[in-house]
Structure formats: structure tokens, C-alpha cells
Ligand binder design. Structure first.
Ligand code: FAD
Ligand code: NAD
Length: 473
């Protein structure tokens, strides 16, 4: 092992490992330091996303959706299934296998790209040096021409509900229950709360989410959020808003005490998930004399090109401003690698798609109607319900809608918001359209195959100009 590299990356999540691969593709000699270890103690690449985030949560969402469909939806298709039973440990085992396969895949990619994987803790020192403390062995000092900080984030903890490891848990623990809790409480009705709440609700838990804010899904276009909330209520997800949790007591049951507009309340649950946001992993990330600038919330301070205040030191992913999304971090990793190599990498922060993997899925790109109003930008919008598309009807998944917002004068698409079946896939068309600075008319003139769900996108684009075909405009 050498002590000197072209690039050292600290953190092997989707921001760090993708950046590392792009650096290697561009001919750089790269080492990646990562400290993550699985529950069996084995080091594993992929960070939060692959180990305890995007991938395992989607594996459980898919498994629980199969169970739910067999239980309550196949009958309508004329398929009778008797004696359905649930094997939660097998569901968790399958999820673990998906994770192991994918993280193993990154290990192979590192080998193929000649990237050195250093298992242990990294700390930025002055003069582009890094202290590397391996899981086994003595600390070493490494140096590099460029350093990428990609240390990600971790769950925010709150004093009113301290985590206990197995009963009061973060999103990680919520993916490890070995049986279905009869009653599941969730603090925070954001992305994780809704995804984890959906998993256990489908498997049979009575799920209650306590949300601090009076509004629901604040970052989402409120027309879509309202529609989604109605659909979640039909599924039995109970969302209580304006709740301030004051105390939890973990005895035979977990007692959750909170206050809402009607005063003091409390509820008893068997398991409690705390999902109130995440914070950047920057505690002790840099020595004092490295002089790394962070903001008041602990995020590493960067410019639009992810350059920190230290020349040659970059930061990407959850550890910097912007949405905490895997694909945002990966694009930043690629941008930084390309700029190091003298290319013109850049990230278009205006066209980062979001998806919440509930059923139906919520997906959006660009600005909401409220944001456009606040910015005084003249706009007009078109909506179209999936219920009027043949494909959604044939699938028996006709809940939800697509909304397209375009500039009132130029017709340029400013935001696309969806709730409905497979919108996680449909949003790609909208993202591409926005990346190409398309107008609603461009989408309206694009031929969409029939019968597909994408016809709802087409019709919403037509509806911007009040000429949707399968709807009274
Ligand atoms: P991380 O993935 O957090 O990786 C950082 C890595 O750095 C970790 O391995 C950590 O152990 C390591 N590390 C930290 N400090 C050090 C150090 N000092 N030395 C060495 N190693 C260190 N995003 C999506 O886009 N889609 C989704 O569907 C989605 N689902 C999610 C579901 C859940 C339950 C959670 C929790 C998150 C989800 N996210 C999702 C968010 C996504 O996981 C993050 O945005 C993404 O992982 C951030 O990538 P990153 O590379 O910046 O950091
Ligand atoms: P979040 O910001 O999405 O939601 C947190 C919710 O908790 C908010 O609605 C907030 O108002 C509420 N809250 C905050 N403090 C509270 C309190 N004390 N009591 C009750 N409610 C409180 O955060 P999250 O759900 O923890 O997820 C963290 C991040 O991880 C997400 O913002 C997202 O960036 C990422 N993530 C993405 C996906 C995806 O892309 N599908 C999935 C999971 C996580």
C-alpha cells in the first residue's frame, strides 16, 4: 500500500463510490476510505443507500406490496389465493441478500477500476493529508492531490424519544423487525416515515404517524400532497399533524406522550420509528488546523461545484447542501471527478427528481405551484387523472394524477408533479424534458404509446393548453 494518491475519497456511499469510479475512469489513482460495517461486522461498500437506505427499504416495499396485493387485490382480477401466510424473517433475509449482492457488485467495480478500498475511519488533516485508522492495525497518514469528502448523513435523534436499539428505532431498525408489530408509531411523516409506515401497514400493523407540522409533505406540490394523503388514509395510515412529542416511556408497551391543538395526548405502541430528518456526518471529520468550513447545521460549506474552502478538497452528497438523495450525490461525485480532470462537469440542481416510494408513488421534478407563486413567476398548469387512462384502469391502479406547470408566457415546463402508479419511472420523461428546457407543447406533440401510463403525462401537457382529449377541460 502506498501512502500517496491522486485522489482520496472518504465515504463509499453513492456520492463517494461513484465519484471514485469516475476518477479512476479518468486515469487517476484512487483510494476510498469507508468505515461502515454490517450487522455481522463485515465491512461493506455502498454507504447508507445500499446498506440501510434506498435499496433495503425498496426491497421491503416490494415484498410488502406483493403480500398486500395477494391479500386484498388479486380477488378483483378473479384470482383466488387461499392460505396466504407471512414469513417476516424470510422477507428480511431476502432484503439482506439484495443488499449483499449489490454491495458485492461495488466491490467488483472497485477491483475492475483498480480502486483501493481502505476499511476504517478517515479524517481530513491540513495540507491535503488524511489520517486513516483501519479497523485493524495502526493509524497511517496518507496524502493526495485531491480529496473528496463524502461521509453522508445519519438520523437526527430527539431527546423526547431516545433510540433503544430494537424497540424505539431509526429507519435502520425499522428494516429489521422480525415480526409485525401490532401497533407501530412513527414520529415524523416525511419520506422515511411514509415509506416505512407503508411497509408495516401493508403487513398488518396499525400505523400512526405523528407529524410536527400542520401541513403534510411540505416540499411536495400541495395539490398532489392532498391527493396522496387521501389515498394513504384509505389504506389505513393514520397521520396526525401538529403533534409535538414530549416524552416516550419504554415499558411493556411504548407510551408516546405528545401535545396537539387539543392539548396533551398519548398513545401506546409496540414499536416506534423516529424519522425526523437526517444530519451530516461531519463531527470530527477534519482536524482543527485543516480549517474546513462548515455551516451552522454541520454541512460542509461548498460552492456550486462542490469545492470547499480548501483548494483541492471537495465535498459531495448528503454532507453538503441540497436534497439528501443518492442520485444527487452521485452526480456531484461525477462532476467533481470531471472537473479535477479539466473537463466541464456540472450538476443542474433545478432538475433533480424526487420519488417517494409509497403506493401510489409520489414523484416530482422542478418547482411547486406555491414556490412559483412566491417567486411571482406567471404560470399555468394542466392536470390529468390516471383514472382516465386505459392502462391504469386495466391494471386496476387508477388512483392519482399528473400535474404539469409551465411558464404562462414562454410555456417552458417549470415543474411536474405526480402521484400514481409507477410515477418513479414516469418522472424520467419529465426530468429529461426539463433538462432540454422543453415546453409543455413539446410534450404535448410527443407521441406516447397506447395504452401506457405515460399517456397521463401527455394528457397533462395537453391540459396546460386546455386541450386534453380524455377530459372535459
Ligand atoms: P452515505 O450513503 O451516507 O455514505 C457515506 C459513507 O461514509 C458511509 O458508508 C459511512 O459509514 C462512511 N463514513 C462516514 N464518515 C466516515 C469517516 N470519517 N471515515 C470513513 N467513512 C466514513 N435516496 C434516494 O435517492 N432514493 C431513495 O429511495 C432513498 N431511500 C432512502 C431510505 C432510507 C431508509 C434512508 C435512510 C435514506 C434513503 N435515501 C434515498 C437517501 C440516500 O440514502 C442518501 O441520500 C445517500 O445514501 C447519500 O449518499 P452519500 O454517499 O452522500 O452518503
Ligand atoms: P424528512 O425531512 O423527509 O421528514 C421528516 C419529517 O419529520 C418532516 O415532515 C418534519 O416536519 C417531521 N419532524 C421533524 N421533527 C419532528 C418532531 N420532533 N416530531 C414530529 N415530527 C417531526 O426526513 P426523513 O423522513 O427522516 O428522511 C431523511 C431524508 O432521507 C429525506 O429528506 C430524504 O432526503 C432521504 N430519503 C429519501 C428517500 C427517497 O428518495 N425515496 C427515502 C428515504 C429517505
Amino acid at each position: 500500500m502506498t501512502n500517496s494518491y491522486d485522489v482520496i475519497v472518504i465515504g463509499a456511499g453513492p456520492a463517494g463510490y461513484v465519484g471514485a469510479i469516475r476518477c479512476a475512469q479518468l486515469g487517476m489513482r484512487v483510494a476510498v476510505i469507508d468505515e461502515y460495517r454490517r450487522k455481522d461486522g463485515e465491512p461493506s461498500l455502498g454507504g447508507t443507500c445500499l446498506n440501510v437506505g434506498c435499496i433495503p427499504s425498496k426491497a421491503l416495499l416490494d415484498s410488502s406490496e406483493h403480500y398486500h396485493r395477494v391479500q386484498s387485490q388479486l380477488g378483483q382480477h378473479g384470482i383466488k389465493v387461499d392460505g396466504v401466510s407471512l414469513d417476516v424473517p424470510q422477507m428480511i433475509k431476502r432484503k439482506d441478500k439484495v443488499v449483499a449482492d449489490l454491495t458485492g457488485g461495488i466491490k467488483q467495480l472497485f477491483k475492475a477500476n483498480d480502486i483501493e478500498w481502505l476499511q476504517g475511519h478517515g479524517k481530513l488533516l491540513a495540507d491535503r493529508q488524511v489520517a486513516f485508522k483501519p479497523h485493524k492495525g495502526k493509524e497511517k497518514t496518507l496524502s493526495a492531490d485531491n480529496i473528496i469528502l463524502a461521509t453522508g448523513s445519519r438520523p437526527i435523534e430527539i431527546g423526547a424519544a431516545p433510540l433503544t436499539g430494537d424497540r424505539i428505532v431509526s429507519s435502520t431498525g425499522a428494516q429489521e423487525f422480525q415480526e409485525v408489530p401490532k401497533r407501530l408509531g412513527v414520529i415524523g411523516a416525511g419520506v422515511i416515515g411514509l415509506e416505512m409506515g407503508s411497509v408495516w401497514n401493508r403487513l398488518g400493523s396499525k400505523v400512526v404517524l405523528l407529524e410536527a407540522q400542520d401541513s403534510f409533505l411540505t416540499p411536495v406540490d400541495q395539490q398532489v400532497a392532498r391527493e396522496a394523503k387521501k389515498l394513504f388514509a384509505k389504506q389505513g395510515l393514520e397521520i396526525r399533524q401538529g403533534c409535538r412529542v414530549t416524552e416516550t416511556r419504554d415499558g411493556k408497551n411504548i407510551s408516546v406522550h405528545y401535545e396537539d391543538k387539543d392539548g396533551k395526548q398519548h398513545m401506546q405502541v409496540d414499536r416506534l420509528v423516529v424519522s425526523v430528518g437526517r444530519r451530516p456526518n461531519t463531527d470530527g471529520l477534519a482536524s482543527e488546523d485543516a480549517d474546513l468550513l462548515t455551516d451552522e447545521r454541520g454541512f460542509v460549506h461548498v460552492n456550486d461545484y462542490c469545492e470547499t474552502n480548501i483548494p483541492g478538497v471537495y465535498a459531495v452528497g448528503d454532507v453538503v447542501r441540497g436534497p439528501m438523495l443518492a442520485h444527487k450525490g452521485s452526480e456531484e461525485g461525477v462532476m467533481v471527478a470531471e472537473r479535477m480532470a479539466g473537463h466541464a462537469g456540472h450538476v443542474n440542481y433545478d432538475t433533480i427528481p424526487w420519488v417517494i416510494y409509497t403506493d401510489p408513488e409520489i414523484a416530482w421534478v422542478g418547482r411547486t405551484e406555491a414556490q412559483l407563486k412566491a417567486a411571482g413567476i406567471p404560470h399555468r398548469s394542466g392536470t390529468f387523472g390516471f383514472g382516465a387512462t386505459g392502462r391504469a384502469r386495466a391494471m386496476d391502479q387508477s388512483d392519482g394524477m399528473v400535474k404539469i406547470i409551465a411558464h404562462a408566457e414562454t410555456d417552458r415546463i417549470l415543474g411536474v408533479h405526480m402521484v400514481g402508479p409507477q410515477t418513479s419511472e414516469l418522472i424520467a420523461e419529465a426530468t429529461l424534458a426539463m433538462e432540454y428546457e422543453a415546453s409543455a407543447e413539446d410534450l404535448a406533440r410527443t407521441i406516447h404509446a397506447h395504452p401506457t401510463l405515460s399517456e397521463a403525462v401527455h394528457e397533462a401537457a395537453l391540459a396546460v393548453d386546455k386541450r386534453a382529449i380524455h377530459k372535459a377541460n
